[in-house]
Design a protein around this ligand. Structure first.
Ligand SMILES: Cc1ncc(C[n+]2csc(CCOP(=O)(O)OP(=O)(O)O)c2C)c(N)n1
Ligand code: SF4
Length: 270
């Protein structure tokens, strides 16, 4: 781990400024380990992020990094992939960044099945701006913009991605960092748009407001509510209501956009 920290983190940017107990560090560490296991050349890896607490991860990572505007990480990453298809691109987004302001880019990246690896750190809230609800806040949970609990149903992010055309969807929690690492690696090895939803505690903007206890309590709760996708097949829908299904939720086979694009150019030129 010491070697990983030396090679893959920008030590001059540390210590990080995430709150104590924030899950962002756990998810970032899982990402770093997955990239190391994938064996990529460091100069071929690009980390793209938007704006938010989770998106700060890009600043701490010692790869080529792009810290873009709120909700636009996938738009920048798409441009990059189309001009340099050989790059290994990881896109870190918060739940708001990905599914609210960036929702349009998300569905179109999925529709194109472009070979990007989206890691969405879902802490169920807008952390950086103090706790507004996002499209992934569970119904009934409190936020600054829903003081009596949100009335809206949350998206199932992976169903949304699948419906739009993404070909790899996986979910894990910060309470299972090794599983998360494994899933990010599997997503990276998949050709097409990979979506990894990483559930992560925000004890400050979300946990405190919803009386979820300490960060440790939140992690314990995440772990207890997790059900592997294999086990979930044996359970009734009603039993799964309060659970979080983790693992590779689905994989599909479909043409990848940047490859198709270059193939079509070659055909036209020749
Ligand atoms: C165009 C634009 N609108 C709004 C903002 C304000 N803003 C910054 S971060 C953020 C939300 C972050 O929430 P999320 O994406 O869930 O990430 P988190 O901070 O929870 O990791 C918002 C609304 C902004 N920076 N730019
Ligand atoms: S506000 Fe929440 S998401 Fe942001 S750094 Fe603090 S704990 Fe993490």
């Amino acid at each position: 781990m010491e070697q990983l920290t030396r090679d893959f983190l920008r030590s001059q940017k540390l210590p990080h400024i995430w709150c104590p107990g924030c899950g962002n560090g756990i998810v970032t560490a899982a990402l770093v380990r997955a990239i190391e296991r994938a064996g990529y050349d460091q100069s071929d890896v690009v980390i793209v992020s938007g704006i938010g607490c989770s998106s700060r991860a890009a600043g701490y990572l010692n790869f080529n990094t792009l810290h873009t505007t709120h909700g636009r990480a996938l738009a920048f990453a798409t441009g990059l992939k189309m001009s340099r298809p050989e790059l290994k691109i990881f896109v870190i987004m918060g739940d708001g960044d990905c599914s609210a302001i960036g929702g349009n880019h998300f569905i179109h990246a999925a529709r194109r099945n472009i070979d990007l690896n989206a890691v969405i750190i879902n802490n169920y809230i807008y952390g950086m701006t103090g706790g507004q609800h996002s499209p992934l806040t569970p119904r009934g949970k409190k936020a600054t913009t829903a003081p009596r609990g949100t009335l809206e149903r949350a998206f199932d992010l992976l169903e949304l991605a699948k419906g739009a055309g993404a070909t790899f969807g996986a979910r894990a929690t910060a309470a299972q960092p090794r599983q998360l690492e494994q899933l990010i690696l599997r997503g990276a090895n998949h050709k097409g748009f990979s979506v990894i939803e990483a559930l992560s505690p925000c004890p400050i903007a979300y946990g405190r407001r919803n009386k979820l206890g300490t960060a440790v309590d939140m992690l314990r709760d995440m772990k207890e509510k997790s059900i592997s996708v294999e086990r979930s097949f044996q359970m009734a829908d009603t039993e799964l209501e309060e659970k979080t299904v983790t693992g590779v939720i689905y994989t599909l086979d479909a043409p990848e956009y940047s490859e198709e694009y270059y193939r079509s150019i070659e055909k036209t030129v020749n």
